[in-house]
Design a protein around this ligand. Structure first.
Ligand SMILES: CC(=O)N[C@H]1[C@@H](OP(=O)(O)OP(=O)(O)OC[C@H]2O[C@@H](n3ccc(=O)[nH]c3=O)[C@H](O)[C@@H]2O)O[C@H](CO)[C@@H](O)[C@@H]1O
Ligand SMILES: C=C(OP(=O)(O)O)C(=O)O
Length: 419
């Protein structure tokens, strides 16, 4: 298994190009199933999850052509199968996103239940309930969700909790339903907004985009479109935290500050100077050690759970005590034990981590357990004295494009050790 080796101690300096957002491109790829013409998506990040989604659509018979500028041309017309099999779904939960589009456009879908993962149990009951409310007949047998419908019918759906992919699945299904659907308690994440904009480019009519109430007027058909995926706010945040932890100065190019208010506020609170432009964010730490920050994760626009691990790493070497409470997933502190191996002082109490910053950590072999945990461990390696090797880095490749190259350009001493 490939590992990443980091020799800590170098501050990050320079400019880094931000890739398209994983959590936007995956639902947008699923949305292509709704169109009756080809869709072209640009700013597609080179990620393992994207490759998996391409494989999933390809197995269904969808024609995908990737050009060298990270554009994908998706032609859904040759589709011949409506199945998302277990072997792909188990490696990428986002495969559940094909459920709504398949049943809305083709009247049937068979998608493996994703099951739990390292960060929590992650049920999909809201996806199923939403589709049932739209009139689909849904059964769950032998580990598969099977959904059928002649034509979905618009209705009012109040989600029990804010769910990102749940909102996306229902929004996509409703885009081809008969009549109007209202989703209450909808997720407001920028990636949900990006999907709504893509659907609009395909001819969907959606009101309330970016709010907790979405009104979707179902269309008879959705047509082809060209759409550019928004920049990844979590990748951006990860590099900025790296700069803050190492006392450096980094400009994230192709980043959108207006999707990152909660994260940028916490970085400022930690002592960073932040400046922004229409498509860039610069963080200058001026060689200072960060101050500890308290964080409570919650759905957008509050602080994102996908940045929790990175700020846990920051608090480890910060001045003072930082308290981090995770409210979205029940088991998202697996990185804490690995950080302790580097010398971090972390006490876990249920869904809260109490972190007493230490002046220095020391390198050690550590193991990644999930995507953001691996990013957090790499960040910790940047400041730990000596060598840190992060094992199981396949997790990081799910959501970060060339992370070691990008950090290398910023001055980090980092390289991938082949398996
Ligand atoms: C591909 C993608 O976009 N992934 C993101 C998405 O995941 P994902 O969409 O899977 O996460 P959700 O927003 O659905 O999960 C939020 C909470 O709701 C619970 N829940 C969700 C659905 C459901 O039917 N029943 C239920 O109980 C989950 O277990 C979790 O506790 O949003 C998460 C929360 O911002 C992010 O961490 C993930 O990076
Ligand atoms: C949890 C994440 O992704 P996924 O929902 O794809 O597992 C993430 O991006 O941090």
């Amino acid at each position: 298994m490939a590992k990443i080796l980091i020799s800590g101690g170098e501050p990050l300096h320079g400019e880094v190009a931000i890739s398209g957002a994983k959590n936007a491109v995956l639902p947008i790829l699923a949305a292509c199933l709704l169109a009756d013409e080809p869709v072209t998506i640009s700013n597609v990040p080179h990620l393992h999850d994207v490759t998996t989604f391409i494989e999933l659509l390809g197995r269904m018979g969808v024609q995908l052509v990737l050009d060298d500028r990270m554009k994908i041309h998706v032609d859904p017309r040759p589709i011949s199968s409506y199945v998302a099999p277990y072997d792909l779904v188990r490696t990428m939960r986002a495969s559940i996103l094909v459920l709504g589009p398949l049943v809305a456009r083709f009247g049937e879908a068979e998608v493996s239940l994703p099951g739990g993962c390292a960060i929590g149990s992650r049920p999909v009951d809201q996806h199923i309930r939403g589709l049932q409310a739209l009139g689909a007949e849904v059964t769950v047998t032998n580990g598969y969700i099977r959904a059928r419908a002649r034509r979905l019918k618009g209705t009012r759906i109040a989600m029990d909790m804010v769910t990102v992919t749940g909102t996306e699945n229902i929004m996509m299904a409703a885009a081809l339903a008969e009549g109007t659907t209202v989703i209450e308690n909808a997720a407001q994440e920028p990636e949900v907004v990006d999907l709504a904009h893509c659907l609009a480019a395909m001819g969907a009519r959606i009101e309330g985009v970016g709010t907790a109430t979405l009104t979707i007027h179902g269309a008879e058909r959705l047509h082809g479109a060209e759409y550019e995926v928004l920049p990844d706010r979590i990748e951006t945040g990860t590099f900025l935290v790296g700069a803050a932890m190492t006392g450096g100065k980094v400009r994230a190019r192709g980043a959108r500050a207006n999707t990152m208010d909660a994260v940028l506020a916490k970085l400022e609170e930690s002592g960073a100077h932040i400046s922004t432009g229409p498509d860039w964010i610069e963080l200058d730490m001026g060689g200072r050690r960060p101050k500890a920050v308290n964080i409570i994760t919650a759905p957008y626009p509050a602080f994102p759970t996908d940045m929790q691990a990175q700020f846990t790493a920051l608090n480890c070497i910060a001045e003072g005590v930082g308290i981090i409470t995770e409210t979205v997933f029940e088991n998202r502190f697996m990185h804490a034990h690995e950080l302790q191996r580097l010398g971090a002082d972390i006490r876990l109490e249920g869904n809260t981590a109490i972190i007493q910053g230490v002046p220095k950590m020391s390198g050690a072999p550590i193991m990644a357990t999930d995507l953001r945990a691996s990013a957090c461990l790499v960040l910790a390696g940047l400041v730990a004295e000596g060598d840190t090797t992060v094992d199981r880095v396949y997790h990081i490749d799910r959501g970060y494009e060339n992370i070691e190259e990008k950090l290398g350009v910023l001055g980090a001493r980092i390289r991938r050790l082949p398996s």
